[in-house]
Design a protein around this ligand. Structure first.
Ligand code: SF4
Ligand code: SF4
Length: 499
């Protein structure tokens, strides 16, 4: 399987900046704000929540609640672009708070330089993630699968090469933790390799004093009889099982491939459901629900189904991830006709924010911490040393590229990297602050340009979708800090985004 993109385990790093304060604005000076010592940050945003106004800075994550008659005017000034003024012009304003949240910055501050520094620190410090594709084989035949069909499977004899590669990185770069993501095809179709490689890598980490954890993305149909023991033995702290709706849709879209069968004539849906039932006593399960135009009606019934099975109240409550099926490669291009538009998808996600779903843990991949903190991490494709081992023994930066050898960045052999691949330099030097559109965008510190693969593919519509996400959702995310909601239909415009 792996017909859906891999999550980036590195995206779960806790935030580091969380200033918050409330503020009463006593009034503005009659002569306005002008002078020379300070400038308004271009990363300021405001949300009217009458009678107050909430101010937010995307570079620091600071939020302020302004109240008082002059609050709207002050908020307008603070979000109107780069205006310079001296402190003597605004004696009644709480300058210290505006400075500490960096709503005001010393005149001449190069804010893009600050974001560039954060981005390169994030590339360096995002924990090491090694994604291992055990096989490209899959027993299911999902219509939207983007992967090239192949039977490539890693033989256990390659384990010493993988060990060597990992040991070298741990020793030379002094990484303190390692996360392994088991990936495929359906990774469990090469169980013998997975178990042996897992044991070998855990042994290395133990020897080097490095913290180890793992996750797996699976279709949930071919697991060993005792999944609890399996996840414990392999230190798997997160399992992603994806669904294409309720039984009828799921089974219709995930037909068994020829020469494959499931024990006792079971179907893919019942197998996956039984597995989730079993796993929730032992580990976190991300229940990924893939939606397009034809199965979107299953969303609410699927949640009821999961609730009735008690998936959200178990020892490890299941986490729902609602995903929009999109075409990731030429192979899956036909599914463009059944994709949900971004607004249809956002409407579905809006419905889930209703209080009646407060018992359902729902993950919003763009904001794993539920608040738009400035990013301190990058996806696994950008993190220093992180790599995807393909089942063809090529090395890739992103799981969505596995099997497309022209996109590989190296080859697994005893010496590790072989640095003569076309895309290597692009990945090494990717920097959203040097992309004109992102460099002029005020969402940049919380977005870092979104998915870098979209930039590599020049996928302008995918990049537009990312921009739309922030324009539509940022007001809600900001005001959530005070338990408030923005006015209906309040969204940011392109002029708010590009300043
Ligand atoms: S919102 Fe769009 S323009 Fe802004 S940083 Fe993200 S991808 Fe770039
Ligand atoms: S490049 Fe895009 S798809 Fe690949 S890991 Fe990063 S965010 Fe995910």
């Amino acid at each position: 399987m792996a017909s859906t993109p891999p999550s980036a385990p590195s995206s779960r790093v806790p935030p580091t900046v969380a200033p918050s304060a409330t503020l009463d604005c006593a009034g503005l000076p009659e002569d306005g704000l002008h002078g020379g010592a300070f400038a308004v940050s271009r990363f300021n945003f405001r949300v009217p929540v009458p009678p107050a106004t909430v101010l937010y800075n995307s570079k620091t994550g600071a939020v302020l609640r302004l109240s008082g008659a002059d609050a709207p005017e002050l908020a307008d000034i603070l979000t109107s672009g780069v205006v310079q003024f001296g402190t003597s012009a605004i004696p009644q304003l709480p300058i210290a708070q505006l400075l500490s949240g960096e709503f005001l910055v010393p005149a001449g501050t190069d804010e893009i330089h600050d974001v560039r520094t954060c981005f390169s620190t994030a590339r360096r410090e995002t924990p090491l993630v090694v994604t291992i594709t055990t096989t490209m084989k899959c027993n299911l035949n999902c219509y939207y699968c983007y992967e090239p069909r192949s039977n490539d499977t890693v033989h256990p004899s390659r384990i010493p090469d993988i060990e060597e590669w990992i040991r070298l990185r741990l020793q030379t770069r002094k990484h303190r933790c390692l996360h392994v993501d088991w990936y495929g095809g359906e990774p469990m179709l090469n169980l013998q390799f997975l178990e042996a490689a897992s044991e070998a890598i855990q042994r290395i980490c133990y020897g080097e004093g490095v913290q180890y954890s793992a996750s797996i993305i699976s279709n949930g149909t071919v697991w060993p009889d005792n999944p609890g023991e399996f996840v414990k033995r392999n230190r798997i702290r997160e399992v992603q099982i994806s669904f294409d709706g309720l039984r009828e849709n799921h089974v219709q879209r995930r037909r068994l491939r020829r020469n494959h069968e499931l024990g006792g004539g079971a179907n893919a849906f019942d197998c996956a459901v039984r597995l989730v039932d079993q796993l929730l006593d032992f580990t976190r399960v991300d229940i990924r629900l893939n939606l397009d135009c034809h199965n979107k009606r299953d969303l609410m019934p699927f949640i009821d189904f999961a609730r009735n099975r008690g998936w959200f109240t178990r020892k490890f409550p299941g986490v729902l991830q609602v995903a929009r099926l999109t075409s990731y490669s030429e192979r899956s291009a036909p599914m463009r006709f059944s994709e949900l538009s971004i607004s249809e998808y956002e409407e579905l996600r809006d419905r889930l924010r209703d209080r009646k779903f407060s018992d359902v843990p729902i993950e919003e991949s763009e904001v794993p911490d539920h608040f738009p903190f400035p990013r301190t991490f990058v996806c696994a494709a950008l993190a220093r040393d992180s790599v995807v081992f393909g089942a063809d023994c090529h090395l890739y930066r992103c799981g969505l590229q596995v099997g497309f050898r022209d996109r590989a960045v190296g080859y697994l052999d005893n010496s590790g990297w072989t640095p003569h691949f076309t895309d290597s330099h692009w990945w090494d030097t990717f920097d959203p602050t040097s992309i004109p559109r992102c460099a002029s965008c005020s969402f940049l510190p919380i977005c870092f340009g979104g998915c870098p693969l979209k930039h590599l593919r020049n996928d302008t519509s995918g990049i537009d979708d990312q921009c739309k996400y922030w324009r539509r959702n940022l007001p809600r995310l900001i005001t959530s800090r005070f338990g408030l909601m923005p006015p209906n239909d309040f969204v940011y415009t392109e002029s708010d985004q590009f300043r």
